[in-house]
Design a protein around this ligand. Structure first.
Ligand code: KG4
Ligand code: ZN
Length: 404
């Protein structure tokens, strides 16, 4: 069977095509396309939902065509014509995505229906206007192709990204050993959640952020420091800079402004997080210094390093605490922030000191950030269980933070 997966929960337009057999291990990615909007949102230092939705509307058909072509499922010639009944239903589905409707109609009028058996789409959590673009696209495709839709939770998909691995251009599902119960830390630009994974499909949220998500903290701090968006990779990169070439004079001056940031809620009894205070602390310190200091590479590198340490220490400390309490056999990371090398090395250090030594799983770097491959795998998992499979009329997007 062939799955077409769609992911538009934030600013990336992602479509993947996958092939499934009879078991979880008979899964293979045939193609995966990600169209990033980074350049558009860079100007603002963050994602603007209405702007991101407009971009999804522009990109979806193009990304679909590319993903179908790369998977070998694209059919050029058109034999059958659309019916008027379909046309009016498409119009109804896309009543809030007029731009996407135009592109979609042109596509279905021109090309033959590809052989797809199931559509998987991210329904939430995420930015609601963006989610709706993907969900309505999935609905229209489901009607056109006469196939069912499986609704996928974005956080759960990030958990599933750990079971994919690259093998040349193809991806295969990694062998699942005895990993459960697990504790999963999903950290991205939109979410920070600590989840008890009793087994795949059975979850309990242990804690989440009370304000900014971890990735959002990276993005906002980067903006204060004049670093580009997305802030996480920029902070990670500059934090590796060591001030070896500093003059003696600058060294003395810099030593007077050593930065030290709080570790918010690190000792709180619950599993919640809070990162908005960090951004304020960075801003306060930044404003305290004269321009020549705060705009020097030494100061920015030092502040970036300290901010990264503060974020990863809180994340790791609470996750390890949960792993001990729930006797986790593995710790699962996911989401854009899980691409951070320092986060992973800190987890390795901490796990090394534990008697039980849970397995540490983290996605390959290109699978840590948003992609549709993880959506395809999650959808495939539910298809095997005959669960969450719906008719297009019953699919809805939601922005809330619930999982599964
Ligand atoms: O999962 P993702 O692609 O999108 C959301 O669902 O939000 O995550 C994007 C977030 C951004 O905030 C970005 O700054 C952060 O992940 N990020 C990182 C790194 N790479 C991406 N944060 C820290 N270190 C990184 N290497
Ligand atoms: Zn994400």
């Amino acid at each position: 069977m062939r799955i077409l997966a769609i992911e538009t929960s934030c600013d990336d337009t992602c479509i993947a095509v996958a092939k499934g057999g009879k078991t979880f291990l008979n899964f293979e990615i045939l193609s995966s396309v990600v169209s990033s909007q980074v350049k558009i949102h860079q100007k603002f230092g963050g994602v603007y939902p209405s702007l991101a939705k407009r971009e999804h509307e522009k990109n979806l058909v193009y990304v679909l065509k590319k993903a179908l072509k790369e998977s070998g499922l694209f059919k050029d010639k058109k034999r059958s014509n659309r019916t008027d009944k379909e046309f009016s239903l498409f119009k109804k589905i896309f009543r809030k995505e007029k731009g996407l409707f135009e592109y979609f109609i042109k596509f279905v009028q021109k090309y033959e229906r590809p052989k797809i058996d199931l559509i998987a789409v991210t329904v939430g959590p995420g930015l609601e206007p963006c989610l709706w673009a993907g969900v309505n696209f999935a609905k229209a495709l489901s009607l056109w192709l006469n196939v069912k839709i499986v609704s996928v939770n974005h956080i759960e998909a990030h958990i599933f990204s750990n079971f994919l691995s690259s093998d040349a251009r193809k991806l295969v599902v990694k062998q699942k050993s005895v990993l459960f119960p697990a504790v999963a830390l999903i950290v991205s630009g939109g979410h920070t959640q600590l989840i008890l994974v009793k087994e795949l499909g059975k979850y309990k949220i242990l804690g989440e952020t009370r304000d900014d998500a971890a990735g959002e903290a990276f993005d906002k701090i980067a903006r204060i420091l004049g670093l580009p968006y997305p802030g996480g990779p920029a902070i990670e990169k500059i934090s590796k800079y060591r001030d070896v070439e500093m003059s003696k004079y600058r060294n003395i001056e810099m030593s007077k402004c050593r930065v030290s940031l709080p570790r918010p809620m690190i000792f709180s009894k619950d599993y919640d997080f809070s990162f908005s205070g960090l951004k304020t602390a960075v801003l306060y310190d930044y404003k305290k210094h004269p321009k020549r200091i705060r705009e020097s590479k030494e100061y920015i590198a030092q502040m970036a390093r300290e901010a990264q340490e503060a974020i990863v220490e809180v994340l790791a400390k609470k996750t390890i605490k949960a792993a001990k309490e729930f006797k986790a056999r593995s710790i699962i990371l996911g989401g854009g922030v899980s691409a951070n090398e320092r986060l992973k090395s800190l987890f390795e250090e901490k796990i090394d000191k534990m008697a039980t030594k849970p397995v540490l799983l983290f996605p390959e770097k290109h699978l840590a950030t948003d992609n549709a491959q993880m959506v395809a795998l999650c959808g495939y998992f539910y298809w095997l269980k005959s669960d969450k499979i719906k008719n297009w009329k019953n699919i809805k997007a939601y922005s809330g933070l619930r999982i599964a």
